[in-house]
Design a protein around this ligand. Sequence first.
Ligand code: GUN
Ligand code: FE
Length: 443
Amino acid sequence: MTMKNHQRLLRGPLFTCLDDPGEDAVPLTGTTRYLEDGAIWIVDGHIHAVEPFDVLADRLPAGVEIVDYRDKLMMPGFIDSHVHYVQLDIMASYGRELLDWLNDYTFPAECRFADAGHAQAGAERFLDEMLRVGTTTAQVFCSSHPVSVDSFFAAAQRRQLRMIAGKVLMDRHAPDALTDDTLGGVRDSERLIADWHGRDRLAYTLTPRFAPTSTREQLDAVGGVLRNAPDLYLQTHLSENRGEIAWVAELFPETRDYLDVYERHGLVGPRSTFAHGIHLDEGQRRRLAQGGANIAFCPTSNLFLGSGLMDRLACRDAGLATSLASDVGGGTSLSGLGTLQGAYQVGALLGQPLTGWQGFYRLTLGNARALHLDDKIGCLQQGFEADIAVLDPESTPLMARRLSQATTLSERLFALMMLGDDRTVAATWANGRLAHQRDAAAA
Ligand code: GUN
Ligand code: FE
């Protein structure tokens, strides 16, 4: 895939995190970098240098194209640690909590992904939307149909995106059209791993939907695959909703709690992402932390489905990594900025308001770390892959006015985070190529 790119220089203000800025109003020293007139020099899809424009201008070979973003703000491409591409069509479906929402809306929508044409069109539509909101990497649930995974990876590969995805495994408690044969589903996953894992910028994530929809035998087989290939990812759901937790206790009476189901089958490891993790106690948080796993905090979904308030700082205190995710179609926004607005609101209700520093860290380098990709993405620095979100502080009259009143970078970042949406993303670059332009001229 390594096509020779033209070299390019993107010129303009830029912001990147170099480390976790902490939770205080002032970021920890050395954790952030802001350049007022900065430049990102891109060579062959990678960042060759990030410096003040003046410094790079002198070093630039003749003829390198300079893209002028002097009225914008460049950041690393956003990362979404948990999203269902097969649920776009049921976003904003009214009036249910988790288990009824799954049965009434989600499963019928996922059934349609048995059809290759539907899956291919759905994958393209989803990736178009991700790029429109500045998201260049995500960990993605497909449906239980292998064709939904092949379609997704093929579309992501064509666009040169770094994506992690997997086939949903579920061998019970779902419509026949969605349920796997217990071991057949695992064999299908192994075929998909062989075809896609490690190819170009793609990686595979084992995807047992959640404890209620897999038998012990299926969970055991998934644990076996993970044991033999520790570089694979794993994603599932955990302790999202009270009704769900009670159901798990009924289905697995031998376990001490919900997390124990996953522990018994060897599914809690450093590359495991557990979506939600709202209703956890201190001990469960510590066990997850010891396993090296991360909790995907999905605030707009948790608010929309009435699931509860995820205590982010309790996770931090337990040493448990959290990532940040949209969880569309439970989530109400694909936008990382929309997710940050939800995260702020949940935090406000818990007396732990999120700063702009911490918010943008989570969306970029923090999520990259949770997914073990922080040597490749999440930071504007030499050697990283050139995935870049170009934000427009004047994307609406209101945003322009509000930001004109902001006197510090801290205030600007926070207002951008709270007021931003898809309009705020002027352009998205992926692997050094322009992948989305908001104001592209009509054909
Ligand atoms: N738990 C099991 N499946 C799902 C899903 O598709 N979305 C959410 N939010 N929770 C789940
Ligand atoms: Fe989910």
